[in-house]
Design a protein around this ligand. Structure first.
Ligand code: NI
Length: 422
């Protein structure tokens, strides 16, 4: 009994000792100069965005920074991915921090001084800031490395926006964790719906499953004045679209989230010709596995059935996309505690999950971990635009919070792992 007590006491002392060393040191290293440098790095990435799988210059810039900070790294994971390794001075577990690095095929419509210089490409999902903040956190962790019990892996992931393929799975296949297997992995995403100073995290469901589909409806064309001789693909498409909406309203539990969106429709030739073919493209979003299964089954039977009932034919290309992002409960608790310890009780509001798709889910299929949101709402009075909007803006005042958060999460996770090992 006495032995157990002293063991517990030693563990608690260790955590306190660790936290004291660290909290002093973080303040010392999280200087205005570092923050300015990280903001500058982000603005440079923002001006020169690169699309999924083409992040060659971005990758080089990341490597140059790691080199400057004295952090050893390896490259070539999913082509442009980079793995930085911070070797702690003491033995222990392995914690990974992940940032995505790719941009979107969107023409930026902002007017700030660091607007995208590349036609039709934009960092409209904040991945420029994820990359920059991870480098800032890496810099500080590298300064503290002698104190760290274990390793911190800095994972710079390409092609997050390339659903359903993504970059996470390819990084794993390419051996990003072949040498050091993470005991836990964490990712931070900017969140325009949360003010600066707030961090959103929850246990289990955080982001939805996102599937993608293409439907080609094939009828037969003819003269607009003689519809009885045709199978009008536009009329069939219309019925298909309307019927698909009944899946969410009639087949899914109203308390269980699901979305079917048709985002693109194309067909027809001119005003007086009946269209023989219409293409529909869209996405299905769900949180629960069984809901996804049900929606997908209903989707096929409605599209096929409705087309057939009009004597048309439907070809369906359904791509199973990213699975739902499911946080590991015990690590989500650690992240929430870290938020409260670092920034106060009010900094960790309750949040509902989002149906946005996220490639980080693939890391979470293989390793325990947490995806959480960093509040980056703008406070300039401009309209708050969502992620993926051509006028999306984020609040750089969140940078010191995001950097400190990643550093604290890594340290607290290593301390937790150390306590479990001893
Ligand atoms: Ni994103």
């Amino acid at each position: 009994m006495r032995q157990l007590e002293s063991l517990l006491k030693r563990k608690i002392e260790k955590v306190i000792e660790m936290k004291n060393v660290i909290s002093k040191s973080i303040k010392e290293w999280l200087t205005e100069a570092l923050i300015n440098e990280i903001v500058g790095f982000r603005r440079d990435l923002h001006q020169y965005p690169e699309l999924s799988g083409e992040e060659y210059e971005t990758s080089k810039k990341i490597q140059a920074k790691l080199e400057e900070y004295g952090i050893p790294f390896k490259t070539g994971f999913a082509k442009t991915g980079v793995l930085g390794v911070i070797n702690g001075g003491k033995p222990g577990g392995t914690v990974a921090l992940r940032a995505d690095i790719d941009a979107l095929p969107i023409q930026e419509r902002n007017e700030h001084e660091f607007v995208s210089k590349i036609e039709g490409k934009m960092h409209a999902c904040g991945h420029d800031s994820h990359t920059a903040m991870l480098l800032g956190a890496g810099y500080i962790l590298q300064q503290l490395k002698d104190e760290l019990p274990g390793k911190v892996l800095l994972v710079f992931q390409p092609a997050e926006e390339l659903a359903p393929i993504g970059g996470a799975e390819q990084m794993i296949k390419d051996g990003v964790f072949a040498e050091d297997v993470p005991d836990a992995i964490f990712a931070q995403h900017v969140w325009p719906d949360l003010p600066v100073g707030k961090i959103g995290v929850r246990q289990n469901e955080m982001m939805g499953a996102s599937d993608r589909f293409k439907i080609v409806i094939k009828g037969s064309g003819g003269h607009a004045s003689m519809p009885h001789q045709t199978t009008d693909a536009i009329i069939v498409a219309n019925q298909v679209i309307t019927s698909l909406q009944t899946i969410v309203s009639r087949n899914v539990d109203p308390l269980d989230p699901a979305v079917i969106t048709i985002g693109r429709i194309e067909g027809g030739y001119r005003y007086n010709v009946v269209a023989d073919e219409v293409t529909l493209e869209g996405t299905v979003r769900t949180l629960k596995k069984q809901t996804k299964k049900k929606v997908k089954e209903r989707f096929f039977s409605i599209v096929k059935g409705v087309a057939e009932s009009f004597n048309a034919h439907a070809e369906i290309d359904y791509l199973d996309g990213y699975p739902a992002t499911m946080n590991t409960p015990e690590w989500a608790v650690l992240v929430k505690e870290t938020v409260i310890n670092s920034f106060g009780q009010n900094a960790a509001p309750e949040v509902a999950p989002s149906l946005g798709g996220e490639d980080f889910s693939r890391f979470l299929l293989n390793y325990p971990g947490v995806y959480y949101w960093l509040g980056t709402a703008i406070d300039t009075g401009d309209p708050q635009k969502p992620l993926h909007d051509p006028q999306f803006k984020l609040n750089e005042k969140a940078f010191p919070i995001g950097i400190e958060m990643m550093v604290n999460v890594a340290i607290n996770a290593l301390v937790k792992l150390e306590n479990e090992l001893t």
